[in-house]
Structures are given as structure tokens and as C-alpha cells.
Design a protein. Structure first.
Length: 193
């Protein structure tokens, strides 16, 4: 197995027409197809934003984000805000997340989650954003659970498993324990640091 790639050795950039994505390949053909055929068009239409993760000049992965919400009844009792009066929580959705097959198991997925948390925290300074959501494929569920996501308390849709993470709650817990803010994704599956 190849060694983990340190977070600082990865570069993140917004997808643009100058980036050649034609050589990207992952185990899920629909994710590869999305990046090559649809991501730039969706970005131009302001439907989603895709970021490319590079390592030594090669595309190691990509992730696509969009706005979302999660029904209040869909989250666990330990999440959310006590007395929250609205039916939905504002969220940032991980619409797509894929690692190039050559870089699997080297920490690229974790790095993309860390970057997503950083984006969500920055976004929440301007608009309400409390949760991270993802509609996981069955093969990817363990990856998200490992980083503290939980199954939403809603009906499963076909082959998709709705998951969420109250990133604000995790961040508050890390502040109490004086842990580094990004320890919310330490990979232990614990809710806090």
C-alpha cells in the first residue's frame, strides 16, 4: 500500500475549462462521467461547484458541493439546536466525492472532507449552515460513518443512504476539549475529538 499523502501536499482548485479532467478515473463510472461531462456545465449554471484535488500535478480526486437542507425530524436527538422552531436545518451537501483509483487509501478522501468542513465553517459566517449532508452509495457508507456521519432518520432511497453530520456540534465539542478544530474528522468515528 502506498503511503498517506499529507494534507499540505495536496492542492485544491475550482474546476475551470483549463483543467484537463479527461484522464480522471474512479471505481464509480457515473462519478467519472459527471466530472468529465457535467461538472463544468453545472457550475456555469450555478447548480453546484466542483473542486479538483491535485497531487504532484495529477488529479487525485474531486468533490462537488451544493446547498441543501435536512428535515429536523431526520436528525438524532443529540444533534441540532434545542428549541429550534423550524422544520429544516440549513446544510451543505456533498453532491459528489471521488478519489482517482491510483490514489485510493492515501488520505485524499479525508482531505476532501476536511476541506468541505472548512468551506462549511466559512459559509456559515455569511448564511445559516449547520449540517453536512451526503447521499451515500452503499459501498461508500463506511467511509462516511468512519468520519462521524450518521444515517438520517428518513426512508432510504433505492441505492442511496442519506447521511448527515452536525459539524457545528462537533466543532463546539472540539473547542471545549481544546482540540484542533479539524479534529472533528480524525477518522475515529467519534462525534467529537
Amino acid at each position: 500500500m502506498n503511503a498517506k499523502i499529507p494534507f499540505d501536499n495536496l492542492s485544491f482548485s475550482l474546476l475551470n475549462g483549463d483543467i484537463d479532467v479527461s484522464l480522471f478515473w474512479c471505481r464509480e463510472p457515473d462519478l467519472t462521467e459527471f466530472l468529465i461531462e457535467d461538472a463544468l456545465e453545472n457550475q456555469a449554471a450555478r447548480l453546484s461547484v466542483t473542486r479538483i484535488v491535485s497531487y504532484e500535478g495529477q488529479i487525485a480526486g474531486f468533490f462537488t458541493l451544493t446547498n441543501d437542507c435536512i428535515i429536523r425530524k431526520g436528525i438524532g436527538d443529540d444533534d441540532g439546536e434545542e428549541g429550534y422552531p423550524y422544520p429544516h436545518y440549513p446544510a451543505l451537501k456533498i453532491a459528489r466525492l471521488a478519489t482517482h483509483q491510483e490514489y485510493e487509501g492515501r488520505g485524499v478522501g479525508r482531505a476532501m472532507l476536511l476541506k468541505t468542513v472548512a468551506i462549511a465553517m466559512r459559509l456559515s459566517r455569511y448564511v445559516g449552515c449547520r449540517m453536512l449532508t451526503v447521499d451515500s452509495k452503499q459501498d461508500s457508507e463506511e467511509f462516511y460513518l468512519k468520519y462521524g456521519f450518521q444515517r438520517a432518520l428518513t426512508k432510504k432511497k433505492k441505492d442511496i443512504i442519506p447521511l448527515y453530520r452536525d459539524f457545528h456540534r462537533s466543532y463546539q465539542e472540539s473547542e471545549k476539549d481544546m482540540s484542533p478544530p479539524m479534529s472533528v474528522f480524525d477518522g475515529s468515528g467519534r462525534r467529537g475529538p
